[in-house]
Write a protein that binds this ligand. Structure first.
Ligand code: PMV
Length: 337
């Protein structure tokens, strides 16, 4: 019998970045990280285990997808099947309402949604922590999207890579503006970038020392409700991560990223409390208070090379929604909240 579950999840943006993997098994990060799960951008994923299927199927953004994305999904589904003692193959229908694989953390919300939808569809009543562990094995940052608000993922040699919420979504008045600078898929995956950084960067050892310090200070700023300190530390974390990567030739910035970064610095000089963070892609995320969001958005939109500016606030973790209809051929699941 076919069993179907639909889940909505959101990307998260790391404020204290994860970059690099520890040596053990299980895809455990080399450093602890702290992120904010966003509302406003969403992945909707339906998983259906169906005994009549000969192989797993993946429909991503309306198109049948094979190759590496399907292999990564099957890898997760195999873990779920083993835990549930299930043989049936699954159909996965997933849609993002933001650019896929361009450093906008689509893998984070995608694997978080797939973890929750597949364990539920397989009849496993796992805790968010157990689903986060499953998600982490596919994409470490995905573990954080299982939870809402401000979320911490442990890392470092000897760490178990556990994930937890540090503060709820309403803990800070924070607005995240995503300056989209490209609609293309990124050319270097985060895993490949991390591997090259750890092998070739003369600054990777410094990053491993600095990142846990930034993480602790940022956690303290969050718990103290100090948005300015939190923003300053988030920008510092991003620049330290990218500096270590760049020294290994791993460069995610484009001209538009740097122009947007210069604009964020100009905002600060003009008295706006705005900070920047960048991930494994050319987009820039600007952290501002909601009072400054409209003005900051207008200024980012005027930067040459910035195509669009998306606006998000801290949001909820991955959750099941009721599907009102079977996923339609376009790959868009109709869901009701
Ligand atoms: O989880 P991955 O493999 O997508 O790597 C995420 C890496 C960064 O987005 C750059 C940092 C982070 O902590 O999310």
């Amino acid at each position: 019998m076919a069993s179907s579950v639909t889940v909505v999840s959101h990307p998260n943006i790391a404020l204290a970045k994860y970059w690099g993997k520890s040596s053990g098994e299980g895809n455990i990060p080399a450093v602890p990280s702290l992120s904010v799960t966003l509302d406003g951008l969403a992945t909707t994923t339906t998983v259906t285990f169906d005994a009549s299927l000969a192989a797993d199927e993946l429909v991503l953004g309306g198109g049948v997808t094979q190759g590496r994305p399907l292999a990564r999904a099957t890898e997760m589904l195999d873990r779920v099947r083993a835990a549930a003692r299930l043989d049936a193959r699954a159909r996965i229908v997933s849609v993002n309402d933001f650019p896929t694989a361009s450093g906008l953390a689509s893998s984070a919300s995608g694997f978080a949604a797939l973890a929750l939808a597949s364990t539920r569809a397989a009849g496993l009543a796992w805790t968010p922590e157990a689903n986060a562990e499953l998600a982490r094995r596919s994409s470490a940052s995905a573990a954080r999207s299982l939870f809402g608000g401000f979320v911490e993922l442990d890392g470092g040699e000897g760490s178990k890579g556990e994930t937890r919420q540090v503060a709820p979504a309403d803990a800070l008045d924070l607005c995240v503006l995503v300056a989209v600078t490209s609609e293309e898929a990124k050319t270097v995956s985060s895993t490949e970038g991390m591997m090259r950084t750890s092998r070739e960067s003369p600054y990777y050892a410094s990053w491993l020392v600095e990142a846990p310090r930034i993480h602790l200070a940022l956690r303290a700023a969050l718990l103290a409700g100090d948005v300015e300190q939190l923003g300053a530390l988030a920008e510092r974390s991003a620049l330290a991560m990218h500096a270590s990567a760049m020294a290994a030739g791993v460069i995610f910035f484009s001209g538009a990223t740097l122009a947007a970064l210069a604009e964020v610095h100009a905002m600060r000089r003009s008295g706006v409390c705005a900070f920047a963070t960048m991930d494994a892609g050319p987009h820039l995320k600007c952290l501002v208070s909601s009072a400054d969001a409209a003005a900051a958005r207008t200024r980012l939109l005027a930067v040459p090379g910035v195509l669009r500016v998306l606006q998000a606030r801290p949001g909820e973790g991955a959750r099941e929604v009721r599907a009102t209809a079977a996923p339609v051929a376009s790959g868009v699941a109709e869901v009701t909240p």
